[in-house]
Design a protein around this ligand. Structure first.
Ligand code: PGA
Length: 250
């Protein structure tokens, strides 16, 4: 297996520029000999500040969302052109908070995915079921549909720029983590879906992160699973002393 572990921090709506700068400097220092692939996604307002600090390091700059249009009358939205201009390399799309709190549907997310890929960004596409869906035995089909929608119209040669993050909604910010076995089962299922769409080689290559209450205490067991290739970390990415041990798990 040639997949490289990929650890990403999603700061959500946290940190002013000065707070962001302080955390970023600690992460640059702490990860300079890190062995995995790394990304941090600060809020839009801190992208320029954080971007200047991570430039030339082993930490990629990510945005937490982007508009589905390049420009125009879209009050409050941020365009891929603006993100390119700031040196952003990756965009998180379809995060459960965008899907559930802000009612983004699969068609909108697919439009964003295609636009981001067109402009050469790496996309981290988030999928995941709610607790109710899991309890009804729907976890696999919900994730499958989100993947099918997310990848609709995406050609095979764009796959190298897509990462999937499996984030069960009930595990995000709740302190509840999927067991490594449950997470791995969904990851394996998603990999099968990618195989059906793009072939076995694509399924083998695609990086699938797990997200949902990843902590220093549970990262090693999660990452030990065959189909778990990294983590998308929320709460624990806000402090260097929590994120660094996650990012440097052995
Ligand atoms: P959490 O968030 O680590 O705080 O559960 C993960 C995410 O939403 O990406």
């Amino acid at each position: 297996m040639s997949r490289q572990y990929y650890i990403a921090g999603n700061w959500k709506m946290h940190k002013t520029r000065s707070e962001a700068a302080e955390l970023t400097k600690s992460l640059v220092e702490g990860l300079k000999d890190g062995k995995h692939k790394y990304l941090i996604a600060p809020p839009f307002t801190a992208l320029e500040t954080v971007g200047a600090i991570v430039r030339g390091t082993n930490i990629r700059l990510g945005a937490q969302d982007a508009a589905a249009e390049e420009q125009g009358a879209h009050t409050g939205e941020v365009s891929v052109l603006m993100l390119k201009d700031l040196g952003v390399q990756s965009i998180i799309l379809g995060h459960s908070e965008r899907r559930h709190t802000y009612k983004e549907d699969d068609a909108l997310i697919n439009k964003k995915v295609k636009l981001a890929l067109k402009y050469g960004f790496e996309v981290i596409l988030c999928v995941g079921e709610t607790l109710e869906e899991r309890e009804c035995g729907q976890a696999e089909v919900v994730c499958e549909n989100q993947v099918l929608w997310g990848f609709a119209g995406v050609p095979k040669d764009a796959l190298a720029n897509i990462v999937i993050a499996y984030e069960p909604v009930w595990a995000i910010g709740t302190g509840k983590t999927a067991t490594p076995e449950d997470a791995d089962a969904i990851h394996a299922y998603i990999r099968k879906v990618i195989g059906r769409l793009y072939g076995a080689d694509a399924a083998d290559r695609i990086v699938i992160q797990y997200g949902g209450s990843v902590k220093p205490e549970n990262v090693t067991q999660l990452m030990a699973k065959e189909n778990i290739d990294g983590a998308l970390v929320g709460g624990a990415s806000l402090k260097a002393d929590a994120f660094l041990p996650i990012a440097k798990f052995a």
